[in-house]
Design a binder for this molecule. Structure first.
Ligand SMILES: Nc1ncnc2c1ncn2[C@@H]1O[C@H](COP(=O)(O)OP(=O)(O)O)[C@@H](O)[C@H]1O
Ligand SMILES: [Mg+2]
Length: 216
């Protein structure tokens, strides 16, 4: 579903990633583990089409994203849900509005949006908090809100960039279980972590990254 071929990306001073080759199949669950600064976020941003490779290609469903027109990017991104360590919720609107936002951007009718958002909030146990502002939610709830915001687009894959980084161990464990459930329904997951204890023994593929290079 997602293929990276010899992908390199450098920031002005630093190497982000170099010569990355990676394939993620539909429905697959993959962890990427590596120390801080090893290139995990850079890799996620390349897949999310937030960064353009300096060289190499990112293919999504066989489509070479180097060749995609700018106006087609939102349509490709619709297939990809992204969750972050720092949640990135908009502080000036409530939970419902945060989760609804991606559907508004896609121009869906209000009624359909309401039905989809209510369903997803219900599923993630957040329905009763719909009208809460982000600062009225716990860390775990905020992270689940981000998952809801990613899932509401019904993506083929979720990119999760150190999603448990700011959670206590019990809440982090619950989140890992939730991601397993989501994957069990067919959504591929690509999750970055620097915490080996958290991801080992869960039965999913693990790839390592160090100084911008994947190690096999
Ligand atoms: N916006 C940026 N500007 C310049 N350098 C960056 C930026 N983001 C990341 N880097 C550098 O790129 C390298 C990889 O960073 P990153 O992908 O964020 O790693 P990780 O997510 O594994 O911690 C690091 O050396 C980091 O300092
Ligand atoms: Mg990172």
């Amino acid at each position: 579903m997602i293929t990276l071929e010899d992908v390199s990306y450098s920031y002005k001073k630093w190497i982000g990633v170099s010569d990355v080759n990676l394939r993620i199949e539909s429905g697959e669950y993959t962890y990427i583990i590596g120390p801080t600064g090893s290139g995990k976020t850079t890799l996620m941003r390349l897949i999310y089409l937030d960064l353009k490779p300096d060289s190499g290609r990112v293919l999504i469903e066989g489509l070479d994203t180097n060749k995609a027109k700018r106006r087609h990017i939102p349509k490709i991104r619709r297939r990809i849900g992204m969750i972050f360590q720092e949640y990135n919720l908009l502080e000036d609107r409530n939970l419902f509005a945060n989760v609804a936002l991606p559907l508004h951007v896609l121009g869906q009718p209000r009624k359909e949006i309401k039905a989809s958002v209510d369903a997803i909030l219900n599923e993630l146990g957040l329905y009763s908090k719909s009208s809460h502002m982000p600062n009225e939610l716990s860390g775990g709830e905020q992270q689940r809100a981000c998952i809801a915001r990613a899932l509401v687009k019904k993506p083929d894959i979720i990119l999760a960039d150190e999603p448990t980084g700011n959670l206590d161990p019990i809440t982090a464990y619950d989140l890992m279980e939730l991601l397993d459930q989501i994957n069990g329904r067919g959504t591929a997951i690509f999750m970055a972590s620097h915490n080996y204890t958290l991801i080992r023994d869960r039965g999913h593929r693990i790839i390592q990254i160090q100084e911008g290079k994947l190690r096999t």
